[in-house]
Design a protein. Structure first.
Length: 169
């Protein structure tokens, strides 16, 4: 159990570091709110190496901590909506066994953006922000592919680590 707590702490720290690094990237992607989602790299890796419950706790912890440190209550709300929907979609697709890590991550990126857009529709009480959907779908596919390719490469390198037991296989 101690090792699991240590791994959880390491993953939380890595996700927070990647969230911070993302705030330092001066590149804007032409539309508000579009980010690379670097912290999602850790979420995808943990989803494949543990289970959805541990990944949910990690994701919510990371969103809350990053929101309080780098963001606002609105950023927490949007991120929670996107993050939870994304994790549900990724878990279902991963369990189906029909999708690659990259495919799962791309679906996660798209569903994250959809969750945030639906939350924005409720927050501003208008469906007009829905016109932004095509841009968010494309951004989710691209960033999800980049995160997925990277996660797949990392998973290939750490395939012998078993985070569930806290030891090597």
């Amino acid at each position: 159990m101690k090792n699991r707590a240590a791994y959880f702490g390491v993953f939380t720290a890595l996700a927070l570091i990647l969230s911070y690094v993302e705030t330092l990237i001066p590149i804007r992607f032409g539309a508000p709110g579009i980010k690379l989602g670097l912290a999602n790299l850790i979420i995808v890796i943990v989803l494949y190496k543990t289970d959805w419950k541990e990944t949910l706790v990690l994701s919510v912890s990371r969103i809350l901590l990053a929101g309080f440190i780098f963001g606002s209550m609105f950023s927490i709300l949007y991120s929670l909506a996107g993050g939870i929907l994304s994790l549900i979609v990724m878990t279902v697709l991963m369990r189906s066994g029909r999708f690659s890590v990259t495919g799962v991550s791309m679906a996660g990126g798209v569903s994250h953006n959809i969750g945030q857009l639906v939350t924005a529709m409720f927050a501003v009480s208008t469906y007009q922000v829905g016109y932004y959907l095509p841009v968010l779908l494309i951004a989710g596919l691209i960033t999800g592919a980049l995160i997925g390719l990277t996660a797949d490469a990392v998973l290939g390198r750490i395939r012998d680590l078993d985070f569930r037991q806290g030891s090597h296989k």
